[in-house]
Design a protein around this ligand. Sequence first.
Ligand code: SAH
Ligand code: SF4
Length: 345
Amino acid sequence: MPYLHDPDDLASLIGDGPSYRVDQLRGWLYETPVLGADEMTNLPKDLRERLEPLWPFEVEMEQSADGGATRKWLFRAPDGAAFEAVLMGYPRRVTLCISSQAGCALGCTFCATGQFGFERHLQAGEIVAQVAYARAFLRKFGLPGSPDRLTNVVFMGMGEPLANYDRVREAIRRMIEVMGMSARSITVSTVGMVPGIKRLTDEPWPVSLAVSLHAADDDLRSTLVPINRRYPIADLVAAADRYYEKKGRRVSLEWTMMDGVNDTDDQAVKLAGIARELRAHVNLIALNPTPLSPNKASAEPRIERFARLLGDLGVNVTVRDTRGKDIDAACGQLRIRSGHRQKVG
Ligand code: SAH
Ligand code: SF4
Protein backbone atom coordinates (compact mmCIF):
# COMPACT_ATOMS: atom_id res chain seq x y z
CA MET A 1 0.00 0.00 0.00
CA PRO A 2 1.20 3.49 -0.71
CA TYR A 3 2.75 4.41 2.63
CA LEU A 4 5.70 5.92 0.80
CA HIS A 5 3.36 8.66 -0.41
CA ASP A 6 2.80 11.68 1.80
CA PRO A 7 -0.66 11.21 3.36
CA ASP A 8 -1.52 14.75 2.26
CA ASP A 9 -0.69 13.93 -1.36
CA LEU A 10 -2.69 10.80 -2.14
CA ALA A 11 -4.65 12.39 -5.00
CA SER A 12 -2.00 11.43 -7.57
CA LEU A 13 -2.64 7.76 -6.78
CA ILE A 14 -6.34 8.01 -7.36
CA GLY A 15 -6.01 9.11 -10.98
CA ASP A 16 -9.19 10.65 -12.38
CA GLY A 17 -11.52 9.11 -9.78
CA PRO A 18 -13.78 11.30 -7.64
CA SER A 19 -12.07 13.36 -4.97
CA TYR A 20 -13.76 11.61 -2.03
CA ARG A 21 -11.64 8.56 -2.90
CA VAL A 22 -8.67 10.40 -1.35
CA ASP A 23 -10.39 10.43 2.04
CA GLN A 24 -11.48 6.82 1.65
CA LEU A 25 -7.94 5.76 0.83
CA ARG A 26 -6.46 7.78 3.69
CA GLY A 27 -8.95 6.07 5.99
CA TRP A 28 -7.87 2.57 4.88
CA LEU A 29 -4.20 3.42 5.17
CA TYR A 30 -4.15 5.33 8.44
CA GLU A 31 -7.42 5.24 10.36
CA THR A 32 -8.66 1.67 9.98
CA PRO A 33 -5.69 0.00 8.29
CA VAL A 34 -6.12 -3.30 6.47
CA LEU A 35 -3.70 -6.09 5.56
CA GLY A 36 -4.29 -5.86 1.81
CA ALA A 37 -5.93 -3.64 -0.81
CA ASP A 38 -8.58 -6.33 -1.42
CA GLU A 39 -10.04 -5.37 1.99
CA MET A 40 -10.60 -1.74 0.89
CA THR A 41 -14.18 -2.62 0.12
CA ASN A 42 -15.48 0.77 -0.99
CA LEU A 43 -12.75 1.34 -3.60
CA PRO A 44 -13.21 0.14 -7.18
CA LYS A 45 -11.43 -3.05 -8.19
CA ASP A 46 -9.04 -1.48 -10.70
CA LEU A 47 -7.84 1.01 -8.09
CA ARG A 48 -7.33 -1.77 -5.53
CA GLU A 49 -5.30 -3.72 -8.06
CA ARG A 50 -3.11 -0.69 -8.72
CA LEU A 51 -2.55 -0.13 -5.00
CA GLU A 52 -1.76 -3.70 -3.97
CA PRO A 53 1.83 -3.82 -5.33
CA LEU A 54 2.66 -0.50 -3.66
CA TRP A 55 3.20 -1.96 -0.18
CA PRO A 56 6.65 -0.79 0.95
CA PHE A 57 7.61 -4.30 2.09
CA GLU A 58 6.67 -7.97 2.01
CA VAL A 59 6.12 -9.93 5.19
CA GLU A 60 8.83 -12.52 4.76
CA MET A 61 8.29 -14.32 8.05
CA GLU A 62 5.97 -14.29 11.04
CA GLN A 63 6.93 -16.01 14.29
CA SER A 64 4.94 -16.49 17.45
CA ALA A 65 5.99 -16.98 21.09
CA ASP A 66 4.67 -16.70 24.64
CA GLY A 67 1.53 -18.65 23.79
CA GLY A 68 0.74 -16.37 20.85
CA ALA A 69 1.00 -13.15 22.90
CA THR A 70 4.24 -12.18 21.10
CA ARG A 71 4.57 -11.95 17.31
CA LYS A 72 7.67 -11.07 15.35
CA TRP A 73 7.56 -10.03 11.73
CA LEU A 74 10.44 -9.88 9.31
CA PHE A 75 9.75 -7.30 6.63
CA ARG A 76 11.65 -7.12 3.33
CA ALA A 77 11.69 -3.97 1.19
CA PRO A 78 11.96 -4.26 -2.62
CA ASP A 79 15.65 -3.26 -2.49
CA GLY A 80 16.39 -6.23 -0.19
CA ALA A 81 16.66 -4.25 3.06
CA ALA A 82 15.20 -6.21 5.96
CA PHE A 83 13.89 -5.07 9.33
CA GLU A 84 11.75 -6.45 12.10
CA ALA A 85 8.90 -5.46 14.40
CA VAL A 86 7.63 -7.23 17.51
CA LEU A 87 4.06 -7.08 18.83
CA MET A 88 3.56 -7.87 22.53
CA GLY A 89 0.16 -8.36 24.13
CA TYR A 90 -0.49 -7.82 27.85
CA PRO A 91 -3.80 -7.90 29.74
CA ARG A 92 -4.41 -4.18 29.42
CA ARG A 93 -2.10 -3.00 26.68
CA VAL A 94 -0.53 -4.01 23.38
CA THR A 95 2.93 -2.68 22.56
CA LEU A 96 4.57 -2.66 19.15
CA CYS A 97 8.35 -2.46 19.01
CA ILE A 98 9.38 -0.96 15.66
CA SER A 99 12.59 -0.48 13.70
CA SER A 100 13.92 2.88 12.56
CA GLN A 101 16.88 1.60 10.54
CA ALA A 102 17.87 -1.66 8.86
CA GLY A 103 20.80 -2.50 11.13
CA CYS A 104 22.59 0.08 13.27
CA ALA A 105 25.93 1.84 12.94
CA LEU A 106 26.56 2.45 16.64
CA GLY A 107 28.03 -0.91 17.54
CA CYS A 108 27.01 -1.33 21.19
CA THR A 109 28.91 -4.46 22.17
CA PHE A 110 25.99 -6.38 23.71
CA CYS A 111 23.38 -5.72 20.97
CA ALA A 112 22.74 -8.10 18.08
CA THR A 113 21.64 -5.29 15.74
CA GLY A 114 24.85 -3.40 16.52
CA GLN A 115 26.93 -6.49 15.86
CA PHE A 116 25.25 -6.86 12.49
CA GLY A 117 26.18 -3.37 11.30
CA PHE A 118 24.32 -0.70 9.35
CA GLU A 119 22.36 -1.35 6.19
CA ARG A 120 20.29 1.80 5.59
CA HIS A 121 17.88 4.29 7.14
CA LEU A 122 14.19 3.47 6.96
CA GLN A 123 11.90 5.98 5.28
CA ALA A 124 9.04 7.56 7.21
CA GLY A 125 6.54 5.46 5.23
CA GLU A 126 8.41 2.25 6.06
CA ILE A 127 8.25 3.11 9.75
CA VAL A 128 4.57 4.05 9.70
CA ALA A 129 3.69 0.97 7.63
CA GLN A 130 4.98 -1.24 10.49
CA VAL A 131 2.43 0.43 12.77
CA ALA A 132 -0.35 0.16 10.20
CA TYR A 133 0.42 -3.51 9.66
CA ALA A 134 0.23 -4.25 13.39
CA ARG A 135 -3.03 -2.35 13.76
CA ALA A 136 -4.56 -4.22 10.86
CA PHE A 137 -3.33 -7.53 12.27
CA LEU A 138 -4.82 -6.76 15.69
CA ARG A 139 -8.18 -5.81 14.22
CA LYS A 140 -8.31 -8.94 12.13
CA PHE A 141 -6.75 -11.59 14.40
CA GLY A 142 -6.13 -10.03 17.84
CA LEU A 143 -3.74 -11.46 20.43
CA PRO A 144 -4.91 -13.88 23.14
CA GLY A 145 -5.83 -12.18 26.42
CA SER A 146 -5.12 -8.64 25.20
CA PRO A 147 -7.09 -5.68 23.87
CA ASP A 148 -7.47 -5.76 20.08
CA ARG A 149 -6.18 -2.22 19.86
CA LEU A 150 -2.59 -1.03 19.65
CA THR A 151 -1.93 1.06 22.77
CA ASN A 152 1.82 1.73 22.63
CA VAL A 153 4.59 2.07 20.07
CA VAL A 154 8.24 1.92 21.12
CA PHE A 155 11.25 2.64 18.92
CA MET A 156 13.16 -0.26 20.46
CA GLY A 157 13.55 -2.47 17.40
CA MET A 158 16.48 -2.22 15.03
CA GLY A 159 18.38 1.01 14.74
CA GLU A 160 18.96 4.28 16.55
CA PRO A 161 15.93 6.50 15.90
CA LEU A 162 17.72 9.76 16.61
CA ALA A 163 20.42 8.90 14.04
CA ASN A 164 17.62 8.94 11.43
CA TYR A 165 16.04 12.07 12.80
CA ASP A 166 14.05 13.64 9.97
CA ARG A 167 12.40 10.42 8.84
CA VAL A 168 11.60 9.35 12.38
CA ARG A 169 10.17 12.79 13.05
CA GLU A 170 7.91 12.54 10.01
CA ALA A 171 6.82 9.03 11.06
CA ILE A 172 5.92 10.34 14.53
CA ARG A 173 4.03 13.25 12.98
CA ARG A 174 1.96 10.86 10.85
CA MET A 175 1.26 8.56 13.80
CA ILE A 176 -0.04 11.49 15.83
CA GLU A 177 -1.65 13.75 13.23
CA VAL A 178 -2.90 11.25 10.68
CA MET A 179 -3.33 8.00 12.64
CA GLY A 180 -4.67 9.71 15.76
CA MET A 181 -2.26 8.20 18.27
CA SER A 182 -1.38 10.09 21.43
CA ALA A 183 2.16 11.39 21.68
CA ARG A 184 2.52 9.87 25.13
CA SER A 185 1.85 6.39 23.80
CA ILE A 186 4.94 6.67 21.55
CA THR A 187 8.36 6.07 23.11
CA VAL A 188 11.60 7.06 21.43
CA SER A 189 14.49 5.03 22.81
CA THR A 190 17.96 6.45 22.30
CA VAL A 191 21.42 5.33 23.19
CA GLY A 192 22.25 8.99 23.78
CA MET A 193 22.41 11.01 20.57
CA VAL A 194 22.49 14.36 22.36
CA PRO A 195 21.79 16.58 19.31
CA GLY A 196 18.74 14.43 18.50
CA ILE A 197 17.42 14.72 22.06
CA LYS A 198 17.80 18.50 21.78
CA ARG A 199 15.84 18.58 18.53
CA LEU A 200 13.13 16.34 19.95
CA THR A 201 12.85 18.71 22.91
CA ASP A 202 11.84 21.48 20.50
CA GLU A 203 9.17 19.43 18.71
CA PRO A 204 5.55 20.11 19.59
CA TRP A 205 4.77 16.57 20.81
CA PRO A 206 5.34 15.20 24.33
CA VAL A 207 6.52 11.77 23.18
CA SER A 208 8.02 9.55 25.86
CA LEU A 209 11.81 9.40 25.95
CA ALA A 210 13.82 6.37 27.06
CA VAL A 211 17.58 6.70 27.47
CA SER A 212 19.61 3.49 27.23
CA LEU A 213 22.20 4.25 29.91
CA HIS A 214 23.62 0.85 30.95
CA ALA A 215 26.55 2.35 32.88
CA ALA A 216 26.84 5.22 35.32
CA ASP A 217 30.43 6.33 34.66
CA ASP A 218 32.10 7.26 31.40
CA ASP A 219 34.92 4.69 31.57
CA LEU A 220 32.55 1.76 31.76
CA ARG A 221 29.92 3.26 29.45
CA SER A 222 32.43 3.93 26.67
CA THR A 223 33.40 0.25 26.63
CA LEU A 224 29.75 -0.81 26.15
CA VAL A 225 28.36 2.08 24.11
CA PRO A 226 31.04 3.56 21.82
CA ILE A 227 29.03 6.74 21.07
CA ASN A 228 29.55 7.68 24.74
CA ARG A 229 33.01 8.96 23.76
CA ARG A 230 31.31 11.62 21.65
CA TYR A 231 28.39 12.33 24.01
CA PRO A 232 29.50 11.62 27.57
CA ILE A 233 27.12 11.00 30.46
CA ALA A 234 27.10 14.58 31.77
CA ASP A 235 25.95 15.95 28.39
CA LEU A 236 23.40 13.17 28.02
CA VAL A 237 21.94 13.77 31.47
CA ALA A 238 21.76 17.52 30.83
CA ALA A 239 19.85 16.94 27.56
CA ALA A 240 17.49 14.44 29.22
CA ASP A 241 16.88 16.88 32.07
CA ARG A 242 15.95 19.62 29.63
CA TYR A 243 13.56 17.25 27.91
CA TYR A 244 11.88 16.51 31.23
CA GLU A 245 11.67 20.20 32.16
CA LYS A 246 10.20 21.24 28.82
CA LYS A 247 7.75 18.37 28.30
CA GLY A 248 6.84 17.51 31.86
CA ARG A 249 7.38 13.89 30.85
CA ARG A 250 9.56 11.75 33.06
CA VAL A 251 12.40 10.16 31.16
CA SER A 252 13.07 6.47 31.67
CA LEU A 253 16.55 5.01 31.97
CA GLU A 254 17.11 1.59 30.41
CA TRP A 255 19.72 -0.65 32.00
CA THR A 256 20.65 -4.02 30.54
CA MET A 257 21.98 -6.18 33.37
CA MET A 258 25.28 -7.86 32.49
CA ASP A 259 26.92 -10.27 34.87
CA GLY A 260 29.93 -8.75 36.61
CA VAL A 261 29.91 -5.72 34.29
CA ASN A 262 27.28 -3.19 35.35
CA ASP A 263 25.39 -5.04 38.10
CA THR A 264 27.61 -4.03 41.03
CA ASP A 265 26.53 -2.12 44.13
CA ASP A 266 28.86 0.69 43.07
CA GLN A 267 27.04 1.11 39.74
CA ALA A 268 23.67 1.01 41.53
CA VAL A 269 24.70 3.85 43.83
CA LYS A 270 25.99 5.97 40.93
CA LEU A 271 22.88 5.20 38.87
CA ALA A 272 20.68 6.21 41.79
CA GLY A 273 22.39 9.61 41.82
CA ILE A 274 21.64 10.14 38.12
CA ALA A 275 18.07 8.83 38.35
CA ARG A 276 17.26 11.05 41.33
CA GLU A 277 18.67 14.10 39.60
CA LEU A 278 16.47 13.38 36.57
CA ARG A 279 13.51 12.09 38.61
CA ALA A 280 13.69 9.26 36.10
CA HIS A 281 12.19 5.80 36.25
CA VAL A 282 14.72 2.97 35.86
CA ASN A 283 13.92 -0.15 33.82
CA LEU A 284 16.21 -3.10 34.46
CA ILE A 285 16.30 -5.87 31.89
CA ALA A 286 18.42 -9.00 31.99
CA LEU A 287 20.79 -9.16 29.04
CA ASN A 288 19.49 -11.27 26.19
CA PRO A 289 22.45 -13.25 24.98
CA THR A 290 23.65 -12.43 21.46
CA PRO A 291 25.92 -14.51 19.25
CA LEU A 292 28.98 -12.28 19.20
CA SER A 293 29.13 -11.01 22.76
CA PRO A 294 30.85 -12.85 25.62
CA ASN A 295 28.63 -11.11 28.20
CA LYS A 296 26.17 -13.08 30.26
CA ALA A 297 22.94 -11.99 31.91
CA SER A 298 23.09 -11.13 35.59
CA ALA A 299 21.64 -13.84 37.81
CA GLU A 300 18.18 -13.16 39.20
CA PRO A 301 19.28 -12.58 42.84
CA ARG A 302 21.78 -9.98 41.57
CA ILE A 303 19.06 -8.17 39.63
CA GLU A 304 16.81 -8.22 42.68
CA ARG A 305 19.58 -6.87 44.90
CA PHE A 306 20.37 -4.11 42.39
CA ALA A 307 16.69 -3.18 42.18
CA ARG A 308 16.31 -3.18 45.98
CA LEU A 309 19.36 -0.98 46.38
CA LEU A 310 17.93 1.52 43.87
CA GLY A 311 14.57 1.43 45.64
CA ASP A 312 16.22 2.04 49.02
CA LEU A 313 17.96 5.03 47.49
CA GLY A 314 14.61 6.53 46.49
CA VAL A 315 14.51 5.50 42.83
CA ASN A 316 11.44 4.17 40.99
CA VAL A 317 12.52 0.92 39.42
CA THR A 318 10.92 -1.88 37.39
CA VAL A 319 12.44 -5.20 36.40
CA ARG A 320 11.22 -5.81 32.85
CA ASP A 321 10.24 -9.22 31.63
CA THR A 322 11.83 -10.46 28.45
CA ARG A 323 9.41 -11.36 25.72
CA GLY A 324 10.03 -13.51 22.69
CA LYS A 325 13.45 -14.76 23.77
CA ASP A 326 13.02 -18.12 22.06
CA ILE A 327 12.31 -16.48 18.68
CA ASP A 328 15.08 -13.89 19.07
CA ALA A 329 12.46 -11.18 19.39
CA ALA A 330 13.59 -9.77 22.71
CA CYS A 331 15.22 -6.36 23.11
CA GLY A 332 18.61 -6.26 21.45
CA GLN A 333 18.19 -9.60 19.71
CA LEU A 334 16.89 -8.30 16.41
CA ARG A 335 19.18 -8.94 13.50
CA ILE A 336 18.63 -10.55 10.17
CA ARG A 337 20.31 -13.90 10.14
CA SER A 338 19.77 -14.68 6.48
CA GLY A 339 21.28 -11.43 5.22
CA HIS A 340 20.29 -10.08 1.82
CA ARG A 341 18.07 -12.19 -0.33
CA GLN A 342 20.66 -11.93 -3.11
CA LYS A 343 23.25 -13.52 -0.85
CA VAL A 344 20.89 -16.29 0.14
CA GLY A 345 20.34 -17.07 -3.52
N1 SAH B 1 19.06 2.30 19.49
C1 SAH B 1 18.09 2.55 20.49
C2 SAH B 1 16.82 1.74 20.32
C3 SAH B 1 16.95 0.32 19.88
S1 SAH B 1 17.68 -0.77 21.06
C4 SAH B 1 18.68 2.32 21.87
O1 SAH B 1 19.77 1.78 21.95
O2 SAH B 1 18.06 2.75 22.83
C5 SAH B 1 16.34 -0.99 22.19
C6 SAH B 1 16.75 -1.37 23.60
O3 SAH B 1 17.31 -2.69 23.65
C7 SAH B 1 17.81 -0.45 24.20
O4 SAH B 1 17.44 -0.06 25.50
C8 SAH B 1 19.02 -1.34 24.21
O5 SAH B 1 19.94 -0.95 25.15
C9 SAH B 1 18.42 -2.68 24.51
N2 SAH B 1 19.29 -3.80 24.22
C10 SAH B 1 20.21 -3.89 23.24
N3 SAH B 1 20.81 -5.09 23.25
C11 SAH B 1 20.26 -5.79 24.27
C12 SAH B 1 20.44 -7.12 24.76
N4 SAH B 1 21.30 -7.95 24.19
N5 SAH B 1 19.70 -7.51 25.82
C13 SAH B 1 18.79 -6.67 26.37
N6 SAH B 1 18.56 -5.41 25.94
C14 SAH B 1 19.28 -4.97 24.89
FE1 SF4 C 1 22.17 0.52 17.92
FE2 SF4 C 1 20.59 0.66 20.12
FE3 SF4 C 1 21.79 -1.65 19.40
FE4 SF4 C 1 23.28 0.36 20.35
S1 SF4 C 1 21.67 -0.78 21.48
S2 SF4 C 1 23.77 -0.92 18.57
S3 SF4 C 1 22.22 2.10 19.48
S4 SF4 C 1 20.23 -0.56 18.24
